[in-house]
Design a protein around this ligand. Sequence first.
Ligand SMILES: [Zn+2]
Length: 77
Amino acid sequence: MAKSDLEQTVGRLLGPASPEVGCDVCFDELDRYVELELAGEDADAAVPGLRAHLDGCPACREEHESLRALVAGEQAL
Ligand SMILES: [Zn+2]
């Protein structure tokens, strides 16, 4: 097990400091989060804990980045 994996596991066991956001919640809220972000709104305040989840979850971070690129591209049209 790599050190970063261990740290992530320990972090999960200790629990997040902010309200817990799992991958399922992240997936549900990601559309809204990205739209708020691109609108210049305070997405972190609207969906507490999601930013922290993205920081700790590479899969959701990747999803966030691709969704953001997609929505930004749609708005540019
Ligand atoms: Zn996740």
